[in-house]
Write a protein that binds this ligand. Structure first.
Ligand code: NAD
Length: 242
């Protein structure tokens, strides 16, 4: 059975994506560092492995564990992420490091650990960045910079792993009402997004997950190295981030 690893799967976009993979007949390894939330997020057809994606030893252990249980890795969704709001002057180094460790180091570590299994299965990777990585804003220095790094890493992975048949793409979600977003989106930001997004609304977790699952499927067999905004058209307007 085709197996996908989804990081940050205990809730939000990762949990919705897990359910969509299962509906398509995949087995899913749900990865998250929040053990109680992960254990609560039971999805028939999926199994859970607690792991902090920013910890190199834990990542090695997690990938061996998944391979022991499934024998293969056909898709990797690097979705685990943390948000941060703040301009340069107000971003202390500890917070900067914390964001980079999960959002950028985590993508590097999990991808590197899965590389040979993905080459064996001629699999696919989807890295989750953000519209915040596509444009500068005065509020998101650490988050936006980490997500811009994820886009570059995607192109690097696609260039390196194409010869093994491994496809690597990046999805940039627009705003979705998850715990991560709603912890930092004030009513002013919500209203500004509604005005600026051509579809005039936030996206749902499933609307992001559908594109992720498509990119991991054989239907996307000639798509690699791409950065795809799933944002109700926000990126196409050129309007600055609220
Ligand atoms: P969420 O907070 O609902 O879920 C994120 C999950 O990642 C949580 O379960 C959390 O425990 C887990 N996680 C965080 N750090 C981890 C680590 N080091 N190791 C393992 N697990 C870790 O957030 P979400 O909105 O579903 O976000 C998913 C992804 O989508 C993130 O990469 C985020 O940056 C991106 N994104 C979200 C939005 C949005 O508006 N929600 C917009 C753009 C991009």
């Amino acid at each position: 059975m085709k197996t996908a690893i989804v990081t940050g799967a205990a809730r939000g976009i990762g949990l919705a994506t897990t359910k969509l993979f299962v509906e398509e007949g995949w087995q899913v390894a749900m990865i998250d560092r929040d053990a109680p939330a992960l254990m609560e997020a039971k999805v028939p057809g999926a199994f859970q492995v607690v792991c902090d994606v920013s910890d190199p030893a834990a990542v090695e252990h997690m990938v061996s564990d998944v391979l022991e249980r499934s024998g293969r890795i056909d898709a990797l969704v690097n979705n685990a992420g943390v948000a941060d709001f703040g301009p340069i002057a107000e971003t202390d180094f500890e917070r900067w490091r914390d964001v980079m460790e999960t959002n950028l180091d985590g993508v590097f570590l999990v991808s590197q650990a899965c590389a040979s299994a993905l080459a064996e299965s001629r699999g696919a990777v989807v890295n989750i960045a953000s519209i915040s990585g596509l444009r500068a804003s005065t509020l998101r220095v650490a988050y936006g910079t980490s997500k811009a790094g994820v886009m570059h890493l995607t192109q690097q992975q696609a260039a390196e792993w194409g010869e093994h048949g491994v496809r690597v793409n990046c999805v940039c979600p627009g705003p979705v009402r998850t715990k991560l977003a709603m912890a930092v989106h004030t009513q002013d930001i919500i209203d500004a997004y509604h005005d600026a997004i051509p579809l005039n609304r936030y996206g749902s977790e499933e609307e992001i997950g559908n594109v992720i699952v498509f990119l991991c499927s054989d239907k996307a067999s000639y798509v690699t190295g791409q950065v795809i905004a799933v944002d109700g058209g926000f990126q196409s307007t050129g309007i600055g981030l609220p």
